[in-house]
Design a protein around this ligand. Structure first.
Ligand code: ACO
Length: 422
């Protein structure tokens, strides 16, 4: 059977045959048929906008790999910083490379004092930390003249280092401001996750429990990349105009902020709290099915039509965290919801399974994070993925400034009517 597709324009009888490679054929076939013809594909359901060698995702079979390595092995054996190196460089580091990378990231964790004293202090006292982080990322770029040199590899590498290293500092700063606590400077003797936890929680004596430090690192690994999701697409779209990476990352973080994307774990905790007790679960499921109760948050995914492999690991990590912190009382409701949904034909027929956000909020809550910080916790590690895609995009000769076409559905030309005549 030939690996080609033949498209015929019935209006003209013209035919074009193009190869199918890896399940994809080039849209240039349509251009060849008729340059004024376009494909209507809202939300890019059927469109591959780039070639990427970073993350492999098979949603039907629940497979996720970074640079070929299964997510399960990375979560079990690797660290977030090693994974960030892998995503950015394509290969796992050797011991010298890893030591250098850790030292480089560690020596860039501090932020300019004006970010803390002037920028953050300008926010309203109850500003949402994710809104603050989005703005802080864009503002950070204004401190670096070289940030706009996106054609220069040395400059790109420098900004990548800064963004990976400083995002946890910005995140903790936004949290401390939102609760009126003084800022804790980075402690460069600590690991990446321990330093973040220390900046979040230090008030007087504070020692990071190694089990919670590891859990934080596993959560960071699981969230580091997820190919062309909404946030990464925003990073690529803005990056394609050669905007500096801080502005592009702020756009990506804005996309992540939405409740259908990174904001879903926040919505899950609200939903579980609203359900309130195990007895209310069946009625809630009925409301979801009838369309009166909104969606079952933390369920369903554009790509996974199977159990999200990250959800499996997170569920396991949740139990490990609860051993230290005590069980989150909402866990039983979550388990019951999962059980009821996974045996209900509505969810089975639509292939709706728990996604990464279904259990992550429960761990974050057990670790002491307020709900408003959940999306911020997602953004910290996703920075590695965003930057890996940004870097890949800028090195891809086939890419241009991102500019989709539209199907105009408005009124035809008409004459302006003066106000007095309307
Ligand atoms: N609860 C109930 N029904 C659902 C859910 C859900 N969580 N998700 C999808 N459906 C239903 C839809 O109503 C639709 O039913 P229909 O065919 O009868 O109209 C069908 O399943 C298909 O849904 P779509 O909206 O077409 O699926 P899409 O791929 O566009 O949506 C999304 C994916 C946005 C993740 C969706 O499943 C959702 O809203 N889930 C809840 C929010 C959530 O958990 N988001 C986190 C995603 S993971 C992440 O971003 C990190």
């Amino acid at each position: 059977m030939p690996d080609t597709i033949t498209i015929t324009d019935d209006r003209t009888g013209k035919t074009v045959t193009v190869p199918i490679e890896g399940g994809v054929f080039p849209a240039s076939a349509i251009r060849e048929l008729d340059p004024s013809l376009f494909v209507y594909d809202p939300a890019y359901l059927q469109t591959a906008a780039c070639k990427s060698a970073i993350t492999y995702l098979d949603g039907d079979n629940g497979i996720l790999r970074y640079r070929g390595y299964p997510i399960e092995q990375l979560a079990e054996q690797s660290t977030y910083l090693e994974v960030a190196y892998l995503l950015l460089n394509g290969e796992l580091p050797d011991s010298t490379q890893l030591a250098q990378w850790k030292s480089d990231v560690t020596s860039h964790t501090f932020i300019h004092e004006n970010m803390r004293k002037r920028f953050v202090d300008g926010f309203h006292y109850n500003a949402h930390p994710m809104g603050m982080l989005v703005s802080a990322l864009a503002a950070l770029g204004t401190f670096y003249d070289d940030a706009k040199d996106t054609d220069d590899k040395a400059s790109r590498d420098k900004q990548i280092l800064r963004l990976i290293a400083k995002t946890p500092t910005l995140a903790a700063m936004c949290y401390r401001f939102s609760v009126g606590l003084p800022f804790v400077y980075p402690n460069n003797d600590l690991s990446f996750p321990a330093n973040f936890l220390n900046m979040m929680w230090r008030v007087g004596d504070y020692n990071v429990d190694p089990r919670l430090e590891r859990a934080m690192d596993v959560l960071f690994i699981l969230h580091a990349d997820h190919e062309q999701n909404c946030g990464t697409t925003a990073m690529r779209v803005v990056g394609s105009s050669h905007a500096d990476p801080y502005s592009s990352a702020a756009a990506a973080a804005s996309a992540l902020y939405g409740p259908l994307h990174g904001g879903a774990n926040e919505a899950v905790v609200h939903m579980l709290a609203e359900i309130g007790s195990l007895d209310n679960v069946p009625a809630f499921i009925e409301e979801v099915k009838s369309g009166t109760g909104g969606r079952l948050m933390g369920f369903g995914h554009r790509v996974y039509k199977n159990y999200d492999p990250r959800a499996t690991i997170i569920k396991q990590t949740a139990y490990e965290v609860f051993e230290v912190t005590g069980k989150n009382p909402l866990l039983d409701i979550a388990l019951k919801l999962e059980e009821v949904a996974l045996s209900d034909s509505y969810f089975i027929d639509r292939k709706l399974y728990p996604n990464v956000d279904f259990y992550s909020g429960l761990i974050y809550q057990a670790l002491g994070f307020p709900v408003a910080m959940f999306t911020v916790l997602f953004a910290i590690p996703r920075m590695a993925g965003w930057l890996a895609h940004w870097q890949e995009l800028l090195g891809d000769k086939e890419q241009k400034i991102s500019r989709p076409r539209q199907w105009y559905a408005g009124v035809e030309a008409r004459d302006y009517v003066p106000l007095a005549a309307r």
